[in-house]
Design a protein around this ligand. Structure first.
Ligand SMILES: *[C@@H]1O[C@H](CO)[C@@H](O)[C@H](O)[C@H]1NC(C)=O
Ligand SMILES: *[C@@H]1O[C@H](CO)[C@@H](O)[C@H](O)[C@H]1NC(C)=O
Length: 946
């Protein structure tokens, strides 16, 4: 009988999802102290060399000098990456050469988010293999094993982005033990490359130290790079061999190369081996790979214009940020602000117990604004508490308000970057309440990215906050590193290339598709979608992506043939034929875990739990809901492994682009990307307008007024001949608080000795909203209170402020409506720039249905109360082509001439002819008083009535 003195395996998981072992339930084993050291707060203070002692140490407490009593025979790490799916095996063999029993620890770091898929241990010929069990079952087995003094455990560390897998076994003199751990990950593209990190900590010199990384990428490898290993303090060099679609990185330092110095027993191998690579992307529509009943679709387009972003930086400036953290944050922010593009809009919110803003509104990232923001940030002196709730709500408010005012380009993306180093201490303290507030206010159109600095921050909270609001969270520990980490984090979201990305596959042959719609795609990342595919139904698989780019709506199509990959993969012994299936399971489980943590009801949560559990068992992986149980052939020795909780942030991918297909050829199963959530038309889009009402009051040209009188169904027209600069009251209704005035401009020079005048500027004032709208032939400026916003005639845009909607149709019209009850249209008349005489001018149209007060006045306003008009005695006039008539109006008898005036609303160039009766002498007799009575001093003056 082989003697196993003791197995200790324990998962120390503090998350709700994890395996909670009450402290008093901890087995009494020496490692408890170590376990505490591994919690993040303390981790960084553990001197590195302590780790050697821990990794393999004698039971009697002997230290390094005694270590050759246990020999590390081999330490091998092998990774195979097949189309982003990485399988890694860590295998060590240890021999006890001492005359005493020795406790041997297998202690390795695996990346956060990886799924452990197998663990086995062979102790002197007896193999213990693992099976995945539901956590409660595993726990029961664990208790039984513990009662028998035969337990083992996995220790989890929360340090950085690695998890600690640790198990310990006592072996007799002369005995050998072999450990083997398998785990799976999916490589996420970040900042233009995939990064594979292997944490190498053999703890001592290894007779055979071998690290191999095989990369098999059907798309072809663009580059493979291994940055300096172990900070350059090392002789052994990884060797890279690279073919078009495959690469091999091999690192096999000899024992001599491993030594820290020529005579020491200490190993210099202590750190990470990092392999960076990227793949080729010829197909714009992404790479669709189909294999073994599953498909995966990779989408990472580049070379596109960035979409403008509206970005709010929300920076924690509480007392704990004081010193190096703040210095580093300021440094990073300066670079980040410099990187903004002028089309971007931004502001900065800094908060401690109070919330301050650099600007209350978003401003364009011009050089001056950026310089000013930098100055503001530099001056910040951290102090006080942490009011995260209010800071976030303020940031959301600024974005939402800008959107509601129509100040956001509808084809832009809105982002919040939160940088914080601590939990809330002021204001709302309940994390669940903050989460709820944020979710309620964000309404799914802002992406919230969170960067947690240091150990005092509840990172799981930040993660939930971001996951729930279309963003990701990231955590950094070291203070020194804050600046570069913050920049790196920001760079991942600095270049939005697409919005509303939707992946579509034929429903008939595809099922169980992972998340297939994404709010944003950021340059340098990659969106991955996977699903099951039933090849019996189709020979080839078609994927269609719809998305909105900076300039256009994209429809990208890609087609995968069934046996494209089979041939390729069968030729490589390292290729993993299950990569599609594993990738699908990895994405699905991570999505379910994220959904589970946000499940609204207990029942919903239970349902998701059941699915995850089943998948973990089916795919033999350790998830937060399962444990790994290890037993020998006889089935009588057991130990347990729990998984570390997953970091879901890995999986909010983004992105891609492809060849265009004609819209007509889109199959019916394609759901076009949802219409932008912003209901207002975007720059460059069409503002839908109903056909203009047929009869309106209007002023056109040098100013010709046309007054439609609905009861008598007549058009009466007159001209006003005045001088440039004069302001005329068109509508003056102090009772309803509405006025429209027009200012005259002159032509470039007189024609036939007469200088024509036109309306060059119009002013609208809505007193109840305190809103002024100034429309010139150049710009449209809205102001209310102390705020102003300017649109150009080159925009198509809408601005809503309270009851007033201003809608601009590029180079054509501005429509101003109040509560839909009142409307005014302004037409822009552009003339040839070099025209010797004519200038650009404005026309205005006011429907007679507008409801003003009975006392409304002004050149047009007075006719809202229709005067009685009697037109009679039509006859040929002096000019034989123009009939004349007599008109009785307002007690005057006038002679009017039949004429034609233009309505330009449907045809801006030629206009449509409108017949009218023309009143001579500047409308004398038809209008109340003299036209000069309608002069007002200012663009927003009501008409004073005698
Ligand atoms: C786990 O590893 C052991 C030993 O290498 C092997 O026999 C077993 O089949 C593996 N189990 C799975 C599910 O891969
Ligand atoms: C998000 O949507 C809501 C509701 O439609 C809207 O009020 C808000 O302004 C939008 N915010 C942004 C930033 O687009």
């Amino acid at each position: 009988m082989k003697r196993l003195t003791c197995f200790l395996i324990l998962f120390f998981v503090s998350e709700a999802l994890g395996f909670e072992i009450p402290t008093n339930d901890l087995p009494e084993f020496a490692e408890y102290g170590d376990l505490v050291e591994l919690t993040p707060r303390k981790f960084q203070f553990v001197p590195e060399n302590r780790r050697y002692q821990r990794s393999v140490s004698g039971e009697s407490g002997e230290r390094l000098e005694d270590v050759d009593q246990v020999t590390l025979h081999s330490y091998k790490v092998r990774s195979t990456i097949t189309s982003r799916t990485a399988n890694t095996v860590i295998q060590t063999k240890v021999v006890n050469n001492s005359p005493q029993p020795q406790s041997v620890v297998f202690d390795v770091q695996i990346p956060k988010g990886a799924f452990i898929s197998n663990f086995s241990m062979t102790v002197d010929g007896t193999t213990f293999t693992s099976s995945v069990k539901e956590k409660s079952v595993g726990r029961a087995l664990y208790s039984q094993a513990r009662a028998k003094g035969k337990t083992a455990g996995l220790v989890r560390s929360r340090a950085l982005d690695m998890e600690d897998f640790k198990t310990e076994v006592n072996i007799l003199p002369g005995a050998k033990v072999q450990f083997e751990l398998h785990y799976q990950e999916v490589k996420w593209r970040k900042l233009g490359s995939y990064e594979h990190r292997l944490h190498l900590q053999p703890g001592r010199l290894a007779k055979h130290l071998e690290v191999d990384v095989w990369i098999i990428e059907p798309q072809g490898l663009r580059f493979v790079h291994v940055p300096d290993t172990f900070d350059g303090h090392f002789d052994g060099v990884p060797v890279i061999s690279k073919g078009p679609q495959k690469a091999h990185v091999s690192f096999k330092p000899t024992v001599a190369q491993q030594r820290k110095c020529s005579n020491c027993l200490e190993t210099a191998v202590d750190g990470e081996l990092v392999v960076l690579y990227d793949v080729n992307r010829e197909e714009k529509a992404g790479e669709l790979e189909v294999f073994n009943g599953y498909f995966v679709h990779f989408f990472a387009p580049d070379n596109m214009d960035p979409i403008p972003k509206n970005i709010l930086f929300v920076i924690d400036v509480s007392g704990s940020m004081w010193g190096i953290k703040m210095k580093q944050t300021v440094e990073a922010m300066k670079t980040i602000l410099d990187d903004l593009r002028t089309e971007d809009q931004f502001s900065v919110v800094d908060f401690n117990h109070n919330v301050r803003t650099w600007r209350n509104d978003l401003v364009s990232a011009t050089t001056t604004q950026v310089a000013d923001a930098k100055k503001y940030i530099e001056k910040i002196q951290p102090s006080g508490g942490t009011n995260i709730n209010e800071a976030l709500l303020r940031a959301i408010f600024i974005l939402n308000e800008a959107n509601n005012l129509g100040l956001l380009d509808p084809n832009s993306v809105s982002l919040i970057i939160l940088v914080s180093d601590g939990d809330p201490t002021v204001g709302e303290l309940k994390l669940s309440k903050i989460q709820k507030n944020v979710k309620q206010n964000i309404q799914d159109n802002i992406s919230l990215f969170s960067l947690g600095i240091g150990f005092d921050v509840d990172y799981d909270f930040l993660k939930r906050l971001s996951n729930e609001n279309r963003g990701i969270a990231h955590r950094i520990y070291g203070n020194q590193d804050t600046s570069s980490q913050l920049k790196k984090f920001y760079n991942q979201v600095s270049t939005p290339l697409l919005r509303n990305i939707q992946f579509n596959y034929p429903h008939t042959s595809v099922t169980d598709v992972t998340q297939n719609s994404f709010p944003n795609y950021f340059g340098g990342s990659e969106i991955v979608v996977a699903g099951k595919f039933h090849p019996e139904k189709l020979e080839q698989l078609q994927g269609i992506i719809t998305a909105t780019s900076a300039n256009t709506e994209l429809v990208l199509e890609t087609l995968a043939e069934m046996d494209d990959l089979e041939d390729f993969l069968s030729k490589d012994k390292h290729a993993d034929p299950d990569f599609t299936k594993k990738l699908w399971a990895y994405l699905t489980i991570n999505q379910l875990l994220a959904e589970r943590s946000l499940a609204p009801t207990a029942a919903a949560k239970r349902k998701i739990t059941k699915t995850i559990l089943q998948m973990s068992l089916d795919h033999h992986i350790v998830t937060p809901l399962t444990s790994m149980v290890i037993e020998n052939e006889a089935g009588d020795e057991r130990m347990l492994a729990d998984s570390p909780p997953q970091d879901h942030s890995c999986c909010s991918g983004a992105l891609y682009y492809g060849s265009k297909v004609a819209p007509g050829s889109i199959p019916s199963w394609v759901n076009p990307s949802p219409t932008p959530m912003i209901p207002l038309p975007v720059k460059g889009a069409q503002v839908l307008e109903s056909t203009p009402p047929p009869h309106v009051m209007r002023v056109e040209n040098d100013p010709h007024f046309i007054i439609y009188l609905p009861k008598s169904q007549e058009n009466i027209c007159f001209n006003i001949d005045s001088e440039p600069g004069k302001i005329l009251s068109l509508v003056s209704d102090p009772e309803s608080g509405i006025l429209v005035n027009g200012q005259l401009i002159g032509a470039k020079k007189p024609k036939n000795e007469k200088l024509s005048t036109y309306f060059g500027k119009l002013g609208f004032y809505f007193q109840s909203e305190d809103m002024k709208i100034e429309i010139s032939t150049e710009t449209i400026t809205l102001s209310w209170g102390s705020r102003a916003s300017t649109l150009s005639w080159a925009d198509t845009a809408r601005v809503i402020n309270q009851r007033v909607l201003v809608s601009v149709k590029k180079e054509k019209t501005v429509t101003v409506t109040l509560d839909k009850e009142m409307s005014f249209s302004v037409l822009l008349h552009r003339v040839w720039k070099k025209h010797p005489i004519n200038v650009d001018f404005l026309g205005i149209y006011i429907p007679p249905t507008n409801k003003f007060s009975p006392n409304v006045h002004g050149l047009i306003g007075q006719f809202m109360n229709e005067p009685k008009v009697h037109i009679f005695n039509e006859r040929l006039g002096k000019d034989l082509k123009k009939p004349e008539a007599s008109m009785e109006v307002k007690g005057h008898k006038l002679i009017v001439t039949r004429g034609l005036q233009k309505d330009y609303r449907t045809d801006i160039v030629f206009g449509t002819d409108v017949p009218c009766w023309f009143v001579h002498d500047s409308g004398k007799g038809f209008i109340d008083g003299h036209y000069k009575d309608y002069f007002v001093p200012q663009l927003y003056s009501f008409l004073k009535r005698a």
